[in-house]
Design a protein around this ligand. Structure first.
Ligand SMILES: [Cu+2]
Length: 459
């Protein structure tokens, strides 16, 4: 009788021992699976079915890791830790983290990756300085990357989009709308305006569209005109996706407060009194400035002298800004001008008022009558190259440059070209005595051939 319960007790103990062993085994297996899932054996990627989770941090101006390999069709999740000391973001394909403050972590669902894609920090200039994150797909990924390296690689100059030829640029176009070069007289003593700063796709040459960075939706930005002593109160609202700013050469102000970079969604009121006559450049002064100017963020302020120095009446006044045009890399039009090529000074075209050849005969030539005296205000926006402004078939009897007249109403002397380095400005005056087609050019001839060329049709 007593043996039965003893036996039963023994068998229960045996079961309990087995249970402990099984639980322990399950725990060991579970830990192994967990370790593999947290990526201990591979710092860059771990695939579970077709989902891939990656941890990406920042070291200086680089993402760590800077590239990963995934299988086609992988669903990519990135845990982005901003371990850097300034604001960054990460964009992969159409998905982006938005701005991430130093010390913050944001998870980015990059979606399903079907082909290799280059991620990058969208803050201006950061990509150029090396903040790229390459997602390589499949066996051929490295091969594809090499092939596309010209436009995708870190710090690479990139292949430009197709550059339109002279013939293509000068071909007649119905309904073409040029930047209005006519300059209206100054009005009032207080010039109060609000400008938005945006990034928008637009045509930058015939058949070429890419993103431009703009003051008030236009390149060049709005032309301001006043007289010596006038007050300018310009509020700039940043409706773009990156920091922008403005630097008006026409006034003397504290750069620290007035020219500081304004973050997206913010605004700043920049006030100055124009004490000195001339044509003055303004531009976005957020780094890299070359890129912000190349993408469209520059313009002019014209300040007329008063009293006995007042300008003579003329039949028409025009404004011409000079600049180089940098095309986007093929397939990267949304990014605007290729930052590396801007940095290298490797421009594709040149322009008056930011669009090559726009005042040529087939597009929107300027018009005058025989006997008209015309004043052309000029400012060189660069970012880098000089201007030697000449009008074929004409001589200037008045030339004003950087605060002084070189000649004024000359009768038996004259000028054939006004030379302006970037940020310099002035005006020329001439009288058309015969009907004809008068070309105006940058007499740095190859730059005239690249687009700094327009025409007056005189009847
Ligand atoms: Cu800007």
């Amino acid at each position: 009788m007593s043996s039965v319960p003893v036996k039963k007790e023994h068998s229960e103990k045996k079961w309990a021992s087995w249970l402990i062993i099984i639980v322990a085994l399950l725990a060991v297996i579970g830990l192994a699976v967990f370790n593999s899932a947290t990526g201990k054996q591979d710092p860059a990627t771990v695939a579970s079915a077709d989902a891939v989770t990656v941890d990406v941090s920042v070291d200086g101006m680089a993402f760590v890791p800077s590239s990963i390999d995934v299988a086609a069709g992988s669903h990519l999740i990135v845990n982005f830790h901003n371990t850097g000391d300034q604001v960054h973001d990460l964009k992969i394909g159409r998905e982006e983290t938005g701005r991430v403050e130093p010390g913050e972590t944001v998870q980015l669902d990059a979606g399903v990756i079907e082909e290799s894609v280059e991620g990058y920090c969208t803050i201006a200039g950061h990509k150029m300085q090396g903040m790229t994150f390459m997602v390589n797909v499949g066996e051929s990924a490295s091969e594809e990357h090499d092939h596309a390296g010209a436009s995708e690689g870190t710090g690479s100059a990139g292949a430009p989009a197709k550059v339109p030829s002279v013939a293509e640029r000068m071909a007649a176009r119905e309904g073409f709308e040029a930047f209005d070069a006519s300059l209206a007289p100054a009005k009032g003593d207080l010039h109060e305006e609000t400008w938005v700063m945006t990034e928008e796709e637009m045509e930058v040459a015939p058949g070429v569209r890419q993103t431009r960075w703009l003051f008030n939706g236009q390149a060049p930005g709005p032309t301001l005109r006043g007289k010596v002593g006038d007050t300018f109160r310009i509020t700039i609202k940043n409706e773009g996706s990156m920091g922008h700013s403005v630097d008006f050469h026409a006034g003397e102000v504290n750069p620290d407060e007035n020219m500081k970079t304004i973050q997206p969604g913010e605004s700043l009121t920049y006030e100055f009194v124009a004490h000195r006559a001339g044509i003055w450049m303004y531009h976005c002064s957020t780094m890299p400035m070359s890129l912000h100017i190349a993408n469209g963020m520059a313009g002019a302020v014209v300040i007329d002298p008063r009293g006995e120095d007042a300008l003579a009446d003329v039949d028409a006044e025009y404004i011409m800004t000079a600049s180089e045009v940098f095309l986007a890399s093929a397939g990267k039009e949304a990014e605007g001008a290729n930052a590396q090529r801007v940095s290298d000074g490797d421009y594709d075209l040149t322009a008056f008022n930011y669009y090559p050849n726009q005042y040529d005969e087939g597009l929107a030539p300027l018009r005058a009558k025989v006997g008209d005296t015309v004043r052309i205000w000029l400012v060189n926006l660069g970012p880098d190259l000089p201007l030697s402004f000449h009008v074929v078939g004409e001589q200037f009897d008045t030339v004003y440059k950087e605060g002084a007249y070189l000649i004024k109403g000359a009768k038996d002397s004259g000028s054939q070209a006004l030379d302006l380095l970037p940020a310099q400005g002035g005006f020329v005056e001439m009288t058309f005595n015969e009907p004809g087609t008068y070309s105006f050019v940058n007499h740095l001839m190859t730059n005239a051939e690249k687009g700094q060329h327009g025409q007056f049709i005189v009847e």
